[in-house]
Write a protein that binds this ligand. Structure first.
Ligand SMILES: CC1=C(/C=C/C(C)=C/C=C/C(C)=C/C=C/C=C(C)/C=C/C=O)C(C)(C)CCC1
Ligand SMILES: [Fe+2]
Length: 592
């Protein structure tokens, strides 16, 4: 590892370094003695200083004013593109990293929101940027790197958008402007997946066989990376005929032995539930569920949940819309439409047989991230009677999607504009009842009425659990600005916050040998108001700071860390934690 780390690099970031220090963009001047030996790895070609033109995204939105470079300077570093393609170096640690914490933490997210003079609209449009924290005997070696997706490479080459991103559509070429058949061509390109992006900016997983993959919601955006160098290895080639369906959940559920995911069917609205063995590239269809609502498209499935024996398939009233997928200009709900009158549902499929064992109507909901789910045996006879599934629920309010427009995020004036969210708890009876319940698990005021980007102790995946780590808020805010630990049994919340910060998804790493669910550390990367960034380690139990390590530059907000990937614990097993080695070592089964 040391040899890889020797190429430490420095960058000057115009948000980090004040004019009294280094003022040039992407300068190769040394920042301090330790970094003087470093080698710069910067690509100037692609990153330009520019005027930011904030675009109008829909008729319902007011016309945003044009931003200037000065505006961008003033905007939070969380919403500012990285200034170079890659960096690698050692961070100076304040505090003490636990000696058992060895291995690599990975985070994925959009980190570059402009090509030449064109600025993207939405947080989810940005090009995937991986960040790593390599914990080695109390030291942290870090780095970031843009993912070499075809979408990013083409944009870099042609200095323009070439694929359909979340809210952005490439402009038709001049020759196509007057071509009456170009619309048909666009439909073909969309349905063949050709025009869709492979910008895998959403999640990162480690498969049971050790391969590390970045993901977005297009299947072609499944890209293998080297977790050490952050090099892009190439496309993950699914060895099955299921790619025809183009889209899948961005959050598969991965264990040491298998991977589960959902593939929505846009033509015959429904979902395929698929399973892939560790070491294989072939997914098998375990079962299919038909949508219950009469709407044209299936509900959006960004994520879903599993228990020991079941897969939960959410059918949200926020539905894929083929019409909106095709539009050149984004609608208020981008590729989706809101159809609450057609009902909201949750389906439960047996992992073993693929049979649907429950399909219930529930109150309308909007969720992107399921937290966890488990089976409950209310009669005590060993037979599950109900499924509990928790998610970050946005009070059935779709405004959150539009709140994540870059213009809105960048023009924060201290107003309290973040719509409320809560931990939504589904109770799904397995007795054939028609209806399920959706309740608030913990009074939302306690976590600042913000709740998203969640994680749990990965050893409790699919099992009864007690603690949720997530981003919450200290109001007023326009984005979650605090880390929270929620005890969903005692209904208590701990908050960690510093003025002006935007923390990324907290990632819980259990301590080897732990006997309590919250015995471990929580890792997050924080973007600061002054343009800086640091990695933070909190104690999983007290939720107090253990250590932090400052980056020599500011990092933008990131979406997700590597997903949990542990075998469910059994009484006699010693479990090796494999969160990319984030906590290498042996863990004993947790005690409930
Ligand atoms: C929807 C289609 C696509 C893209 C989908 C993508 C990139 C979805 C990403 C969703 C994410 C990152 C959701 C995160 C939500 C976080 C929230 C709500 C945080 C709230 C904080 O308060 C394409 C792949 C472009 C193709 C067609 C369809
Ligand atoms: Fe996500």
């Amino acid at each position: 590892m040391a040899s890889l780390i020797t190429a430490k690099a420095i960058m000057s970031h115009h948000h980090v370094l004040s004019s009294t220090r280094i003022t040039t963009l992407c300068s190769d001047k040394a920042i301090d003695n330790q970094q003087r030996k470093t080698k710069l790895q910067i690509s100037h070609r692609f990153f330009s200083r520019r005027t930011i033109s904030a675009a109008v995204i829909n008729s319902a939105s007011p016309v945003p004013k044009k931003e200037t470079v000065e505006d961008e300077r003033r905007c939070h570093v969380a919403w500012t593109s990285v200034q170079q393609e890659k960096w690698e170096g050692e961070l100076t640690v304040q505090g003490k990293i636990p000696t058992w914490l060895n291995g690599t933490y990975l985070r994925n997210g959009p980190g570059l929101w402009n090509i030449g003079d064109h600025d993207f609209r939405h947080l989810f449009d940005g090009y995937s940027t991986l960040v790593k924290l390599e914990f080695d005997d109390g030291r942290i070696f870090s780095g970031h790197r843009l993912l070499e997706s075809n979408a990013y490479k083409a944009a870099k080459k042609h200095k323009k958008l070439c694929y359909r991103e979340f809210s952005e559509t490439p402009k038709p070429s001049r020759s196509n402007f007057k071509n009456p058949f170009s619309g048909v061509g666009e439909i073909v390109k969309l349905f063949s997946g050709e025009s869709l992006t492979d910008n895998a900016n959403t999640g990162v997983i480690r498969l049971g066989d050790g391969r590390v993959m970045c993901l977005t919601e297009t299947q072609k955006g499944s890209i293998l990376v080297d977790h050490d160098t952050l090099d892009t290895i190439g496309k993950f080639k699914y060895d099955d005929g299921l790619c025809d369906h183009m889209i899948h959940s961005a959050h598969p559920i991965v264990t040491e032995t298998e991977m589960w995911t959902l593939i929505p069917d846009l033509v015959k609205p429904g979902y395929r539930v698929v399973r892939m063995e560790a070491g294989s590239n072939k997914r098998e269809v375990v079962g299919r569920v038909k949508c219950r609502s009469g709407s044209w498209g299936p509900g959006w499935v960004h994520s879903f949940a599993v228990t020991e024996n079941y897969v939960l398939i959410p059918e949200m009233p926020l539905r894929y819309s083929v019409r909106n997928l095709l539009r050149a200009e984004p609608t208020p709900l981008y590729k989706f439409e809101w159809c609450p009158n057609d009902g909201a549902f949750v389906h439960v499929m047996s992992k073993l047989t693929g049979e649907i064992v429950a399909s219930v109507e529930v109150p309308a909901y909007v969720t992107f991230h399921f937290i966890n789910a488990y089976e409950e045996d209310e009669n005590g006879d060993g037979k599950a009677t109900v499924i509990i599934a928790d998610c970050c629920e946005h009070n059935a309010d779709t405004r959150i999607l539009d709140m994540l427009r870059l213009h809105t995020l960048r023009s924060s004036h201290g107003d309290d504009v973040l719509p409320d969210a809560r931990i939504g708890r589904f109770r799904i009876p397995l007795d054939g009842s028609k209806y399920g319940k959706l309740e608030t698990a913990v009074e939302a005021e306690k976590h600042g009425r913000a709740m998203d980007m969640c994680s749990i102790n990965p050893l409790y995946l699919g099992l009864k659990y007690r603690y949720v780590y997530a981003c919450g808020a200290k109001r007023p805010c326009n984005f979650p600005n605090a880390l929270t630990k929620v005890d969903i049994v005692e209904k208590e919340v701990k908050i960690w916050h510093e003025h002006g910060i935007i923390p990324s998804e907290p990632f819980f790493v259990p301590r080897p040998g732990a006997t309590h669910e919250d015995d471990g550390v929580v890792i997050s990367i924080v973007s600061e108001e002054n343009g800086g960034s640091y990695a933070i380690l909190l104690d999983g139990s007290s939720f107090e700071e253990i250590a932090r390590a400052k980056f020599p530059y500011g990092l933008p907000y990131g979406l997700h860390d590597v997903e949990p990937q542990l075998s469910p614990p059994s009484e006699s097993d010693t479990i090796t934690c494999t969160c990319l080695g984030a906590a290498s070592g042996s863990l004993f089964p947790p005690i409930n």
